[in-house]
Ligand binder design. Structure first.
Ligand SMILES: C[S@@+](CC[C@H](N)C(=O)[O-])C[C@H]1O[C@@H](n2cnc3c(N)ncnc32)[C@H](O)[C@@H]1O
Length: 195
């Protein structure tokens, strides 16, 4: 990723940090997701890790629609699969192990949720190009990055890459210790999914 700090993947050995009790208090998934995820949506949880948000997204879909849980690390997805067990939520979740340099998806999505993921992407331009192929005119994206890991400059550079594929920022929700933006497709009269 040009002009960005060196990227590295959150290791599977430290996956439990993503599901800590403290995080549940400070970054409660339901609080973050309830205004943006609605029944019937197809949601891409990009860089889903252990599925900290995936499970809540699936709940909020209320059995209508689905969430594509995408991650480059099979080990992360294995944790998610373990968590799911025989849960009914399985029906709402499509596990997707994409290679690092491509998303490998064709299905169009209503919402892209990318939490603490973009700064880890070595081939961010490939990924944003691939995202462009699965957009609908009303697709929204939430991008969030950790303040201590990602400078304002680096965050804005990610935003710029999303602007290059047609998005614009329309909301900056506050999430603990994070830089966050919700974006919609520029050329359209606002079809804003954040309610
Ligand atoms: C810090 S973790 C965050 C996980 C989850 N979003 C959360 O907030 O709990 C970032 C995740 O992004 C994944 N990732 C990094 N590059 C990726 C890429 N090109 N495509 C898909 N996932 C990627 C990593 O494997 C890791 O699981």
């Amino acid at each position: 990723m040009n002009n960005f700090p060196k990227t590295h993947l959150h290791s599977v050995e430290k996956a439990s940090a993503l599901d800590s009790k403290v995080r549940l208090l400070l970054q409660n998934p339901r609080r973050i997701l309830r205004k943006i995820i609605h029944p019937g949506m197809t949601v891409l949880d990009l860089g889903c890790g252990t599925g900290y948000f995936t499970l809540e997204i699936a709940e909020l879909l209320e059995k209508k629609g689905k969430v594509i849980a995408a991650d480059v690390q099979k080990g992360m997805l294995d944790v998610l699969i373990l968590k799911l067990g025989n849960s009914e939520l399985q029906k709402q979740i499509q596990i997707h192990n994409n290679p690092e340099n491509t998303l490998n998806l064709t299905e169009k999505v209503d919402f892209i949720f990318a939490f603490y993921a973009f700064h880890e992407m070595k081939f961010i331009d490939n990924i944003t190009n691939d995202l462009q192929k699965i957009l609908k005119t009303e697709t929204n994206i939430l991008i969030s990055e950790q303040k201590f890991h990602v400078s304002k400059y680096a965050f804005n550079a990610i935003i710029q890459k999303l602007e290059n594929i047609g998005f614009e920022v329309y909301k900056r929700p506050k999430i603990f210790l994070s830089r966050t933006a919700i974006m919609k497709i520029k050329t359209q009269t606002p079809v804003i999914l954040y309610k």
